[in-house]
Design a protein around this ligand. Structure first.
Ligand code: C5P
Length: 319
């Protein structure tokens, strides 16, 4: 519990993680699979409001538009959606929910509150059916990693989870954001299933995030963190929060910073236990959470009992 209290207050450090997670972190640090080289400057003293304005100034949600090589030569231009993700709701949504897949959301009875938002973002294969009371049943946007597209076990082609929603896919690219290298060697091949899906369902909004956007978020996390963070992309959760901050006037994030229900149960829909799901091993998840904790404008009671963080959308900020 002491760890949880310090996470709520934002005073936790990776040194307080269990030895197994610390070892995993050290492994990823030395492996540096994506060739990360941090060139920014640490600016760790920013207050929450200063950080919010910095995010608004810098964060630009970007998706593949088919105009850059190799995608231009591959004929992607007419295949990607005509309307960019950032323009789907040009006047912005009022309030939005980001629902993390954490086990801690079980028995929360947050479903009704979540569904009352104008838009709801969910992740990967997180279901609503059978869990409505705790997670609600509305889904507006779903962020999926490349494994969902590439691994047949997820039934991307025919599962109802991926129908009638805005889909946003991503895959870890080299830090250099060299699109040619990435296209030749993605983590999981998301390109072929993406194009197939675009041909079959041309009216469904479906985007692939630009590696520059993902690594820009990584740079911002590292700049604002005292410790050296894992040289791997931020988690889908952090990416989703920033996408919704660009599209909504207010963003309510559920069970990212864990509530009193904190558990090692990885996902609410799966019987699998691992503290790394909540605290991170591959992803710099602990540092993402410390950053989001600093930005929280919600109450301590909501944080403790709902695992809820309230963030202003970029267009609601006065900077
Ligand atoms: O595991 P998955 O990536 O599908 O979960 C979606 C997001 O929810 C993660 O990227 C992470 O940010 C967040 N999450 C969490 N704690 C968990 C499980 C997921 O914070 N136990």
């Amino acid at each position: 519990r002491a760890f949880l209290y310090r996470l709520w207050k934002g005073t936790v450090s990776s040194k307080m993680l269990n030895p197994r997670l610390q070892k995993a972190m050290r492994y990823y640090m030395s492996f540096n699979k994506h060739g990360v080289r941090f060139r920014g400057r640490r600016e760790v003293r920013r207050t929450g409001p200063e950080l919010l304005c910095e995010l608004r100034r810098r964060v630009r949600v970007r998706t593949l538009d088919g105009k850059e090589p190799p995608f231009s030569a591959l004929g992607w231009r007419p295949l990607v959606p005509g309307v960019p993700l950032s323009q789907l709701h040009p006047r912005g949504l009022r309030t939005c929910a980001v629902v993390m897949s954490a086990g801690a959301i079980l028995n929360s009875s947050l479903g009704e509150e979540i569904d009352s938002h104008d838009a709801v973002l969910r992740f990967n294969s997180a279901p609503t059916r059978g869990y409505e009371k705790d997670v609600g049943n509305k889904t507006t946007v779903r962020i999926i990693n490349s494994q969902i597209l590439a691994n047949p076990s997820h039934h991307f082609i025919d599962s109802s989870l991926y129908k009638d929603v805005i889909l946003v896919a991503w895959d870890p690219a080299p830090y250099s954001a060299n699109l040619n290298l990435w296209y030749k060697k993605p983590d999981y091949n998301l390109f072929t299933p993406y194009i197939q899906h675009r041909r079959r369902h041309p009216t469904q909004p479906f985007y692939i995030l630009h590696p520059k956007f993902i690594w820009q978020l990584w740079d911002i996390i590292q700049e604002n963190t005292r410790e050296k963070i894992q040289p791997n992309p931020p988690s889908s959760g952090f990416i989703g929060i920033l996408i919704m901050m660009s599209m909504c006037r207010e963003v309510h994030v559920y069970e990212y910073i864990p509530s009193v229900r904190q558990t090692e149960l990885c996902h609410y829909h799966e019987l699998y236990y691992d503290a790394a799901c909540t605290l991170g091993a591959y992803h710099p998840l602990l540092y993402e959470k410390l950053l989001v904790q600093r930005l929280n404008m919600g109450t301590q009671a909501d944080l403790h009992h709902k695992g809820k963080v309230v963030l202003p959308g970029f267009r609601a900020l006065r900077c």
